[in-house]
Ligand binder design. Structure first.
Ligand code: MRU
Length: 368
């Protein structure tokens, strides 16, 4: 009899063996149904990102990389003219980029893919498609390495037996492996750290309840699910030694957009002297956005608040609803920003710049 597959045995995002479809777990169905979707059309891929069937900043970036590669192959079937190919490619890129506005990983990955096209005007369209394939694979492989490094750095900030709190899902389901905020948790688990983890349920889309508590519990970690309004209570009791959260866009001054409610957790953590660490791949750091004020916050449909997940609607018909998907945590509430190149500390305007310089130097020496 074959053993039951664990949720983390599935790839969050992949390209199928023939290189013809984007393969994702439909995260809107979790934890009850593990439905694997094979997406081929650009509309399907756009919708999967918009509907959060694939979600979490790094996973969105990886999906967009493969998605625009699939678009390139479709275009290649129609033309071998570089100019025509380039114009159609840019249209496909802009279309996928419009699926969600806040996670910078989406334009970051798409711009990387576009650069491959722009840098090779003398190659055949077929050769460019091969290079696009390799770039999309590289984006995914780097994501795995990045999360592992964030886990290693994160682990230096805590000790065995600590209580850790997280918000939303910055887990493996939001990345290619390990997660960002969960990377120190998974690595600590492997090394016998016995963390006690608190997962906020994360209204309104319940990523904490449906995804974080699921993937941690299914992997054998000690996780306790709490409602979003319970974080003060567990912090006041002294049960939380550190908060690890992910991010969708970190501005140059360290202000950080993450799932709605993160800034509430950070404000409460400040009150109880609990350090808040942002787990941030450098792909999520946007040095072109000076402060959190310039980050575009996605607004989502009212139904997510009034009726989604409920057996029947729980709000009066016609009531006004405000449903921003993200909020910005001010940099002064953040104890550190953990990247794959080290931990940035305040003042972030300087430390993030140093991290990005370190990355550029590492990439330059790799390219030699
Ligand atoms: O709306 P979502 O589910 O895509 O929001 C996800 C988050 O806010 C995550 O914390 C963030 O993308 C980091 S994932 C490593």
């Amino acid at each position: 009899m074959s053993e039951k597959k664990h949720i983390l045995d599935y790839d969050t995002v992949a390209l199928d063996d023939e290189g013809r479809a984007l393969v994702i777990i439909d995260q809107t169905q979790l934890p009850y149904h593990t439905e694997i979707l094979h997406l081929t059309g650009q509309d399907q891929i756009w919708e999967a990102i918009y509907k959060l069937q694939v979600r979490g900043a790094p996973a969105i970036g990886v999906a967009a990389g493969y998605g625009v590669y699939l678009a390139a192959r479709e275009i290649q079937e129609k033309t071998d003219d570089y100019q025509v190919f380039k114009e159609e490619f840019i249209k496909a890129k802009d279309y996928l980029n419009s699926a969600r506005p806040t996670a910078v990983n989406l334009p970051w990955a798409l711009n990387r893919m576009e650069k491959v096209v722009l840098d090779h005007p003398d190659c055949s369209v077929e050769e460019i498609c091969k290079l696009l394939h390799d770039e999309a694979v590289a984006i995914q492989e780097e994501d795995i390495w990045t999360c592992k490094m964030i886990g290693e750095y994160g682990l230096t900030l805590v000790k065995p037996g600590d209580g850790l709190l997280t918000h939303c899902n910055a887990g493996q389901l939001a990345t290619s492996r390990y997660g960002t905020a969960t990377a120190p948790m998974y690595l600590g688990f492997e090394r016998g750290y016995n963390f006690r983890i608190f997962a906020d349920e994360t209204r309104p889309l319940l990523q904490g309840a449906r995804l974080t508590s699921y993937e941690l519990h299914d992997s054998g970690l000690d996780v306790t699910l709490i409602c979003d309004n319970m974080s003060a209570s567990v912090m006041k009791k002294g049960w939380v030694n550190a908060v690890f959260v992910g991010c969708d866009r970190v501005a140059a001054n360290g202000d950080t957009a993450n799932k709605i409610g993160t800034s509430v957790v950070a404000a409460v953590a400040k009150l109880y002297n609990v350090p808040v660490y942002i787990c941030a791949p450098t792909s999520t750091i946007d040095m072109d956005t000076p402060t959190g004020d310039e980050i575009v916050i996605e607004q989502r449909p009212a139904e997510e608040v009034t009726e989604m997940w409920y057996a029947k609607r729980m709000a009066p018909e016609g009531v006004k609803v405000y449903n921003p998907a993200f909020d910005v945590t001010d940099n002064e509430l953040i104890a550190g920003i953990i990247t794959e190149y080290g931990i940035a500390r305040a003042p972030y305007t300087e430390s993030l710049k140093e991290i990005m310089e370190k990355k550029a130097a590492a990439q330059a020496s790799k390219a030699k």
